[in-house]
Design a protein around this ligand. Structure first.
Ligand code: SAH
Length: 308
């Protein structure tokens, strides 16, 4: 099999939108890597500091897919100027090498080591999170994911039960289980994400402690109605708007009083409004953490919260 590589150099902010567009077509993966600026002339060129690369299998679909990518990029370019993408065809071996060369074990926080699946687990104290970086998001490199991992590390105690709402690759669930959570419930509304998470949980040997299900807050509230157990911690790396809708719907009720909510995927300008809504719904704001424009809120369920 041959692979078509699509690459373009963009600003940090644009990298995500471009990667999101490409990931729809690029079954061979999408990577975001820093540009290697070799000479001064390149520094002054309108290109950005990162290169987004995507890999598509060269098959019958390649021409329509390439056209769709060009159209999608053209639309994005209407919002903010984009350079023209470069295309090149790679042999299977070159693709595998190009793809894998981007991924190296990555230490995160005090405890974790994000490990591409083709690496051997190294000796050492760090807890491996073995993941195939198949998609641009959820590989642990996104600031919102990294912020969640470090918050879990700081707030989770051994033996606690955790809910991971919007689990994606399952990375946060695997991390919680590795840190000693006794039971983790991982939920996602996207059935593809659920399958990926199940595979990743198995690959990490955490299937006994992590249950992955299709569902969202409704699923949790239904279980609550059946007097199901509540978690000590809920992690949700979603969008601020989604979180803001979920809080009045009873997000705090699935966590025990004194337990924590780690909410991520929030932009700086969305933080105040989300904290306000939280405070109106039995939640105490403990701290806000951040990286670039991204914010993660740590909230605590008030002890006086109704035991629904
Ligand atoms: N937890 C992972 C993935 C975050 S991406 C990480 O931190 O890296 C967000 C995920 O939430 C996606 O997989 C998406 O399918 C899922 N999602 C979006 N809205 C949701 C909702 N309302 N309920 C449950 N999952 C949702």
């Amino acid at each position: 099999m041959k692979w078509l590589e699509v690459s373009l150099s963009v600003s940090d902010e644009l990298a995500e939108s471009v990667a999101e567009l490409l990931v729809r077509y690029a079954t061979g993966g999408v990577v975001i890597e820093p540009t290697q600026i070799k000479d001064k002339a390149a520094k002054n060129s309108p290109i950005g500091p990162v290169v987004v690369r995507a890999y598509l299998p060269v098959d019958k679909q390649i021409h329509p897919q390439k056209r769709k990518i060009e159209e999608g990029l053209w639309h994005l370019g209407q919002i903010q100027p984009l350079p023209k993408p470069a295309f090149r065809v790679l042999e299977e071996k070159v693709w595998a090498h190009a793809w894998k060369a981007h991924y190296h074990p990555l230490p995160i926080g005090r405890s974790f080591l994000l490990l591409p699946s083709w690496y051997k687990v190294p000796h050492g104290d760090r807890l491996p999170l073995i993941l195939d970086p198949g998609i641009a998001f959820g590989t642990g490199l996104h600031p919102t994911t990294r912020l969640c991992l470090i918050a879990i590390e700081d707030y989770l105690q051994k033996g606690q039960n955790v809910i991971d709402l919007g689990c994606g690759s399952g990375i946060l669930s695997i991390a919680a289980a590795r840190l000693g959570a006794s039971q983790v419930l991982a939920l996602d509304i996207d059935s593809q994400a659920v399958q990926v998470a199940i595979d990743n949980v198995r690959r990490n040997g955490m299937a006994k402690r992590v249950l992955v299900q299709t569902g969202s807050l409704d699923y949790l509230l239904d279980k609550r109605a059946d007097h199901g157990p509540r978690a000590h911690m809920l992690i949700a790396n979603l969008l601020a708007q989604t979180l803001e809708e979920m809080i009045p719907q009873g997000l705090a009720n699935v966590v025990i009083p004194g337990g924590h909510l780690i909410l991520s995927g929030i932009l700086d300008r969305q933080t105040d409004s989300l904290i306000n809504v939280s405070q109106q719904h039995d939640l105490k704001h403990i701290e806000t953490r951040g990286e670039n424009d991204w914010r993660t809120l740590i909230l605590e369920v008030k002890s006086s919260a109704p035991n629904m």
